[in-house]
Ligand binder design. Sequence first.
Ligand code: XMP
Length: 508
Amino acid sequence: SIIVLDFGSQYTQLIARRLREDKIYCEILPYHTSVEDIKVKNPKGIILSGGPSSVYNADAYEVDQGVYSMGIPVLGICYGMQRIAVDFGGSVIRSSHHEYGKAELKLETASPLLADCDDGRIVWMSHSDKVDVLPEGFAPIATSDNSPYAAIANEEKRVYAMQFHPEVQHSEEGYLMLRNFAKNICGVTEKWKMEHFLKEQIKIIREKVGTGKVLCGLSGGVDSSVVAAMLYEAIGDQLIPVFVDNGLLRKGEREQVEEVFKINLKTPLITVDAVDNFLGKLEGISDPEQKRKIIGHTFIEEFEKEAKKHDGIKFLAQGTLYPDVIESISVNGPSEVIKSHHNVGGLPDWMDFELIEPLRELFKDEVRKIGLELGLPESMINRHPFPGPGLAIRIMGDVNVPDLTILREADVILLDELKASGYYAKTWQAFAVLLNVKSVGVMGDNRTYDNTVCVRVVEAVDGMTATFAHLPHDLLERISRRIINEVDGINRVVYDISSKPPATIEWE
Ligand code: XMP
């Protein structure tokens, strides 16, 4: 196997999933795991992940120096590279040019790490520190405009490092570099299979639940639907599926969800009308994290109210995915909280439920594959993601009914136009954001002073990185014209042209 030592990067699990795609077995351990504990796993290689801190800080995270003398290859990524540079006697400084996003990789010297890679391909950078002095025995094997040491190697010691993130989907041949490392340099041969995952999780759920009942929060999205289908396979009627209308849904969504589950769910869906509770609690709240926490808590409050109406519900099942976890909490300590996803960082400590989250280590595209294996319809599998906090995090400022109404109308126009033009299926996510920024316009012969809608359409594979969709201008024009003409209170539409990183997909 390959051991990934986690320094808290947002992308650590992506390293694992890239290796899973190549059927390579790997395990993630905290960065401070001792060499003795690593040796027990008998790994063939070590990867040091990225992380948010700086190696020159006094309290910088360190690795057991013994990993460098285990006789197996080591690969450092971003912070992992800077760790290697310092540990082998080089130095790292804060860079005057921060590098976020795309960079073109120029191959300098042949190395087994870059076998079959092409010159000039795009890689994804996200760093503000850089290696200043290379340690002895290391040579650059690739460069970029801003990084003379984009990738370095000590071929004799089989220690490699990259400043960019080969694990993110937007690094074009990154998967190949990780494959080269694991298969060619480390010689890993074990197999990992997705089919085993499903069987194993169903067995784990059955053992955990016994004869108890499980309340499963459903949203109509792919993640919770897959969890419900897995639970039904595992425990049949012990599953109690609950859909909460929180008043933050899109136009017609409640009716659509009820309709879809009537056909596709073998146990009857319970709809809880909690519109007043959610909107009441959100009144006057404009801080994004506060909104997210209130929504997370109110979901649990509603689930607990519902659970009291049934006997023997001890468990709450959720479609939590790895990106929700990594953005919400510090997993092994070192990661930064980016935003509190409602189902992870937004959970209250008074919650009585025990959680069941079978998808916690997976990414959405992996979940979609499981959904297809479970026989869920393609229309459900290919739905765009919609966040649990719903429209609340797409209204800048406090959430109120008039703003929700405006946003719903703008959103449905955007989705209509994308579906009609075929771009819905080609993009990861598309939505409108109500900016609550007023500007002057002229309609007919009258001056207007109205609100602004931002249109956000992004392309992504797993939501960890994303680029704005390059939509045709005539489509953008149609969307803008229809929103301004058809939605009262909007006189301006803008298009979001930021990528993730450094932006995130949602605005809050
Ligand atoms: P960001 O905005 O973090 O979003 O780039 C990545 C993906 O996650 C979705 N998202 C959420 N999903 N609960 C969810 O179920 C949440 O609290 C939440 N916040 C963001 C977002 O829509 C995008 O697909």
